[in-house]
Design a protein around this ligand. Structure first.
Ligand code: FEC
Length: 312
């Protein structure tokens, strides 16, 4: 008997592969509006400043996709799972991934985004594009919408918080302020009753409970430079406020909205937040990114398998 074959569309943000691709990438993010020369230079210099290679997201996403495919096929040998990239702002685009599946003869598929929390503007955007292309090509595809409270995800994140707290040698229990962060979005998502902020707070509260910390809060990061207001408080303002008003000197940042090392972690936290922390006299640490943590890959494998079985 031949095995059932299921395609998995692994959707993620996408990144340029070289400095000369940044303009096209940025233009795509800005829905076809090219950035000004100053905006382009500012973005280029952020990529050039990050440690660990210019574009680590590409390699990390490749490894996550490979790891997910291996985990799925190891845990469910009765099915053949084949994973495909579907990137939001770079090639292969979400639509390319769907088209490739159809070309390869796949008829049943599951889509999952490498971001645990649902927002109409993030996960909703990926799903809409994949659905439209799948309908056009006659592919049957189901989507995982969020997995922010999956026990293995919480376990992976909690153990990262515990390890990073040990970097504050000699600190008393609850002396370190733990700040959970995620990518900000335009405030207008609140009018749409978007679940994004509540899902993020639920993840943060579950980690805090499992680690046994009470000294924690939430902050938004990486807001865009647009005329419309974005969700706040911004993490840089949070650092200033807790330093000035509460005299906090030990801070651990835990970017729960991201699953990989990339610009928003390696620049926005490791360079921008770290430099402000130094100015303020704060000892700042960050939890390690999930990248290919087996618990994260098992989380993805579980939610994809459940969806393929018509559950979840
Ligand atoms: O390392 C890399 O090359 C890519 C890092 C990267 C990730 C990422 C994830 C998210 N974003 C989300 C929302 C927005 C909205 C805008 C926006 C703009 C940018 C720009 C860059 C960028 N984002 Fe991003 N994002 C990453 C990188 N993002 C670069 C453009 C310059 C800038 O504003 O900094 C505003 C778009 C607009 O102008 O309309 C909104 C969300 C996530 C997390 C979920 C996900 O991964 O999809 C939400 C990684």
């Amino acid at each position: 008997m031949t095995k059932a074959r299921i395609g998995v569309l692994v959707m993620s943000y996408g990144t340029p592969e070289s400095l000369d691709q940044i303009e096209a990438y940025y233009t795509h993010i800005r829905r076809g509006n090219p950035p000004s020369a100053e905006q382009l230079e500012a973005l280029k210099s952020r990529y050039e400043a990050i440690v660990g290679g210019f574009f680590p997201l590409r390699e990390n996403t490749n490894k996550q996709l490979q790891g997910l495919q291996e985990t799925l096929n190891r845990e469910h040998p009765e099915i053949e799972f084949v994973c495909y990239h579907g990137l939001k702002h770079a090639k292969p685009f979400v639509e390319d991934g769907v088209a490739q599946m159809v070309e390869d003869g796949i008829t049943e598929a599951v889509g999952v985004v490498l971001a645990p929390h649902f927002s109409t503007m993030s996960v909703g955007g990926y799903v809409k594009r994949a659905k439209e292309k799948a309908e056009e090509l006659g592919l049957n595809i189901q989507f995982v919408m969020s997995y922010h409270l999956h026990p293995k995800l919480l376990q992976a994140l909690s153990s990262r918080v515990e390890s990073a707290l040990r970097l504050f040698e000699g600190a008393k229990a609850d002396e370190v302020r733990v700040i959970f962060t995620a990518h900000s979005l335009p405030e207008k998502i609140l009018e749409m009753k978007d679940p994004y902020p509540d899902q993020l707070l639920a993840t943060a509260a579950a980690i805090a409970e499992s680690v046994g910390i009470t000294n924690w809060q939430f902050g938004w990061q990486s807001a865009g430079q647009t005329a419309t207001p974005w969700l706040g408080p911004d993490i840089l303002d949070v650092l200033r406020t807790i330093s000035i008003e509460e005299k906090v000197v030990k801070v651990l940042l835990c970017p729960i909205g991201f699953v990989s090392d990339h610009l928003e972690v390696l620049y926005d936290i490791d360079i921008e937040c770290q430099s402000l922390a130094k100015e303020l006299g704060i000892h700042l640490e960050r939890t390690e990114s999930l990248n290919t943590d087996p618990l994260y890959l098992e989380t993805l494998s579980d939610v994809v398998f459940e969806k393929a079985q018509g559950e979840g």
